[in-house]
Design a protein around this ligand. Sequence first.
Ligand code: KG4
Ligand code: ZN
Length: 358
Amino acid sequence: MNILGIESSCDETGVALVQAAASGIPTLRAHALHSQVAMHEAYGGVVPELASRDHIRRVVPLARQVLHEAGASLADIDLIAYTRGPGLAGALLVGAGMACSLAAALARPVVGVHHLEGHLLSPFLSADPPEFPFIALLVSGGHTQLMRVDDVGCYVLLGETIDDAAGEAFDKSAKLLGLGYPGGPALARLAEFGDASTFALPRPLLHSGNLDFSFAGLKTAVRTQVLKLGSNVCEQDRAHLAASTQQAIVDVLVRKTMQALRETGLQRIVVAGGVGANARLREVLNAECAKRQVRVHYPELALCTDNGAMIALAAAMRWQRGEPGQVDYAFNVLPRWALATTPLAPCLTPSPSERGQG
Ligand code: KG4
Ligand code: ZN
């Protein structure tokens, strides 16, 4: 069974070919990615219209490249998966249109995948794949969630951010520090030269008792520090502030993840989404997990940010559990779509509030 996966929810066009047998962990045959970061950099953030147009330019050449690298042809594709949401509507429509038209031309089934399901299953493609059940810490540019994952399609939301996502906190703080877009990796690089104890920044909701997050106050505190330091701020102080910001975000993420383990009694963590690439987060989480003899799994670094492999993988794992895909080729996308409402077969049924937003 060969599954072609197409991701186009934001600023990366990703295509991949994954192979799956009736059971066992699916394997990645080839994947290709085009990041639009350079294009959006000039605007300091993603411009949705430009993103959609670029997905249109890239998606067919990337699909060709993936088939070539896998030594496969169109006829070898058995199922086509695409990101149905959440994400930018215009960008999602490019992947959905490509997937459904290709599936119609090849007379193959098509599956609309939840972007976050792709992220949280992505560690199954790593050298050290997890086993169910586990706690998933989903940390991306748009989401910060703790989920209990019992199996494919069995997701219980334990807590989430009430304002900014962790990636957003990185990106907005980086902007305040005069760093480019996307700010997360840039802030992390600058933080390497700083001392995290220099600035006392807030750890919002750290002792709230629940598993929700809030990062908007942290961003305000960073702004206050930047204003205090003034326009003649030295490079060393910027590095100290970057390190202090990163540590505040990491402290909250790790503390709440440990709380989720305690509350559920689970012994395994999966970290997914772009912020999962953060070295400091990995370092602190690894240390805390080692203390508690808890296993922690990450996607391969190349599969931390958006990619087509995780979309093909999610469809493959759903197919293994009896979800065959659709053959009517009509499509809509769900720019806002809660993962916890995603059932397994027979089909993905959006709630009434989600239906109006595609
Ligand atoms: O999962 P992702 O690629 O896209 C979304 O679905 O949002 O995540 C992108 C986010 C951005 O906010 C980016 O700044 C952040 O992940 N990010 C990082 C790092 N690499 C990416 N944040 C901190 N440290 C990193 N090394
Ligand atoms: Zn993502």
